[in-house]
Ligand binder design. Structure first.
Ligand code: ZN
Length: 275
């Protein structure tokens, strides 16, 4: 009997080992977001840093605009066995976008605006830094609205002829008043009526450090701390802050790393009721 039990245990270990293989779903390119899966109970490190893992082994990996050429994901299983996967991060070409006609103060702010800009930047940074255990993002992501893409993630921006930081989200042109929906389940982490650059602003915490931001709004329909469902209206499109016309700037981040929302959500479905 002893031999039989030992054999059975060996088979169980082998079966557990087979299930433990790291798997990934999503875009392994610059700006991409990936949901990884490890064996339940595994600890996971991304480039040597521990990340949150759900009870069933799911975790997030994000690739910044300038990430690459590789990212190392390591799972440490109960018993200490380690599995390592090296993800090749595909590089992308970033276009140049020129925007003219912005108020000069919004491109090269005078000294009197610096304190306000820093204060508001710190609020946004704090919302991005939230590390919530609930994996709201498992609801899946959707577009906040339908409209013409008027600015893509990562583009090198030249504003009123001045080189500025790369574009950190996607711009969707739509008439003022168009409803803006939450891209996934989450908790509202920030609402602000009038930020210097982003105007009327809402942020949603989707758990595990994934956050979305909705910028240049005309109205806000939620309050900080409120739980929201994927598709719930957060506010409406406007042109507040640094904007030349009504559009939604939609941003996605994993802690401090900006991600490409368009790559995380896939093509926009033009059919009514789709999205
Ligand atoms: Zn934008």
């Amino acid at each position: 009997m002893r031999g039989g039990v030992a054999l059975l245990l060996a088979l169980l270990v082998a079966a557990t080992g087979a299930r433990a293989e790291l798997r990934f779903e999503g875009t392994t390119a610059q700006g991409g977001l990936v949901i990884g899966r490890a064996a339940p109970g595994a600890r996971v490190l991304v480039d040597g840093r521990p990340v949150r893992v759900t009870a069933d082994g799911r975790f997030l990996v994000g690739f910044g605009r300038d990430a690459g050429p590789e990212t190392t994901v390591e799972a440490v299983l109960a018993g200490g066995r380690r599995e390592t996967v090296v993800i090749a991060v595909a590089s992308r070409d970033w276009p140049v976008q020129r925007i003219d006609g912005l108020p000069p103060r919004k491109v090269t702010p005078p000294k009197r605006d610096w304190d306000r800009i820093r204060r508001e930047g710190d609020m946004i940074k704090a919302a991005r830094a939230r590390d919530t255990a609930t994996p709201y993002f498992l609801s899946g992501l959707r577009w906040p609205l339908r409209g013409r893409i008027s600015g893509v993630f990562g583009s090198q921006r030249i504003l009123n002829g001045e080189p500025r930081r790369p574009h950190s989200g996607v711009d969707i042109a739509a008439p003022t008043g168009t409803p803006v929906a939450a891209c996934a389940d989450g908790v509202v982490s920030l609402t602000h009526p009038d930020m210097f650059y982003t105007g009327m602003t809402v942020m949603v915490d989707h758990g595990h450090g994934l956050a979305s931001v909705y910028v240049h709004l005309d109205s806000i329909a939620v309050t900080e701390g409120e739980a929201v469902a994927r598709g719930q209206v957060l506010g409406t499109v406007g042109r507040t802050g640094r904007a030349t016309g009504p559009h939604l700037h939609w941003g996605l981040s994993l802690f401090g790393t900006r991600l490409d929302p368009q790559s995380a959500v896939g093509p926009m479905d033009p059919a009514p009721g789709g999205n």
